[in-house]
Ligand binder design. Structure first.
Ligand code: F6P
Length: 375
């Protein structure tokens, strides 16, 4: 595919977040208003491309959605290039075999390219996280004109300083931590709050600092129970009646960090706690005797209206994508680098995760106000 764009498809993929509709609005208003392009909404992420499940968007669809949470297009975690393991041995009925061939991913990329042609799409704009932009890179290699936008509350997309959705989640989590202070104080308790962020601790770091967390656990810095106990007992000896422990869902102990990834996953699944927050609370209570309670903030971090920062960022990313479409710039993801919105090759983003570097300035900032990272 090459040449100018008069009609393109847009999809949202992966975990939703506040700001997705703001980004869709930014792309659509600029593309239609400035460049007269026609916009085809693709339903439920890459799944909609496989099923040719689409809806042409009119101005009524993308006005008034700047502040609306979620995505008007729906989302999925469909990975068209992911080849499922063949079931070992065993006879398969013809129907099951046909289904498994399709499921094996042999047909999905071909189906996508066929549907792009059938839908007369000159290009694609995809809003998503690591997985989405990795798929975008693979489609670009297949000749699809595609542009990525960095979306995730985890902020773990390589190549961009920030993704939209992140600051809204920081606002939500910080407000929740504020509320935990009063109840922890009333009951002289240790409050553990578990935040999202499997592979990287950006959300826990920023919300932990913003919310005045006394201990912040992140995947990048494995913890020990003895270090946790030391921090909490020190606070107690200084007359502090309560403590707030902010835990990223991907945090791990030093012992776990030493395990190979597969074994670490198996080890965690065999534990008697539903998630890391409960385990850390139990470890604290056993080690210190301090009364501890747990809050798992979960999907509240992904829900509702975007904060002002994300409304601006998502609009800026969206209009940048429209400009890239108008200039025929493909195979790249819009990115914030410093204070500039630019774009970087999808090839540089694919299959990577942006974790917190050991010398990241905010780690020292937190330590300077007495925050412990459990190490
Ligand atoms: O990728 C964003 C994210 O919210 C992660 O922080 C979280 O672990 C994951 O998605 C949850 O995935 P799902 O929405 O599929 O349950």
């Amino acid at each position: 595919m090459s040449g100018s764009v008069t009609r393109f498809g847009i999809l949202t993929s992966g975990g939703d977040c506040p700001g997705l509709n703001a980004a869709i609005r930014g792309v659509a208003k600029a593309a239609s208003g400035m460049y007269g392009m026609e916009i085809v909404g693709i339903i439920n992420g890459y799944r909609g491309l496989i099923d040719a499940d689409t809806r042409t968007l009119s101005s009524g669809d993308f006005s008034g959605i700047l502040t609306v949470g979620g995505t008007i297009l729906g989302s999925s975690r469909e990975k068209p290039f992911k080849v499922r393991e063949q079931q070992p041995g065993g006879l398969q009925s013809d129907a099951a075999k046909r289904r498994s061939d399709a499921d094996l991913g042999k047909d999905k990329p071909e189906l996508i390219k066929k549907n792009i042609e059938a839908l007369r799409l000159d290009a694609l704009v995809v809003l998503g996280g690591n997985g989405t932009n990795t798929t975008a890179h693979l489609l670009a290699r297949e000749g699809v004109n595609i542009i990525g936008l960095p979306k995730t509350i985890d902020n773990d997309i390589f190549g961009t300083d920030v993704s939209f959705g992140f600051h809204s989640a920081v606002d939500i989590a910080s407000e929740a931590i504020d509320r935990l202070h009063s109840t922890a104080n009333s009951h002289n308790r240790v409050m553990v709050i578990e935040l999202m962020g499997h592979k990287a601790g950006w959300l826990a770091l920023y919300a932990g600092i913003a919310g005045g967390g006394d201990i912040i656990l992140i995947p990048e810095i494995p913890y020990t129970v003895s270090a946790l106990a030391r921090s909490l007992e020190k606070r107690r000896s200084e007359g502090k009646k309560f403590s707030i422990v902010v835990v990223a869902e991907g945090s791990m102990s030093e012992a776990e960090a030493a395990l190979p990834k597969k074994e670490r996953k198996k080890n965690r699944e065999s534990m008697p706690w539903p998630s890391i927050g409960y385990r850390v609370a139990s470890e604290i209570q056993s080690a210190t005797g301090m009364e501890t309670r747990v809050t798992v903030l979960g999907y509240l971090q992904r829900g509702g209206t975007p904060g002002a920062y994300d409304r601006v960022l998502a609009t800026a990313f969206g209009t940048t994508a429209a400009e890239m479409l108008s200039k025929g710039i493909f195979g790249r993801m819009a990115a914030m680098v410093g204070s500039t919105i630019t774009s970087i090759p999808l090839a540089e983003v694919a299959d990577k995760t942006k974790t917190i570097p050991p010398d990241y300035p905010l780690l020292a900032t937190a330590e300077r106000v007495g925050t412990s990272f459990g190490n």
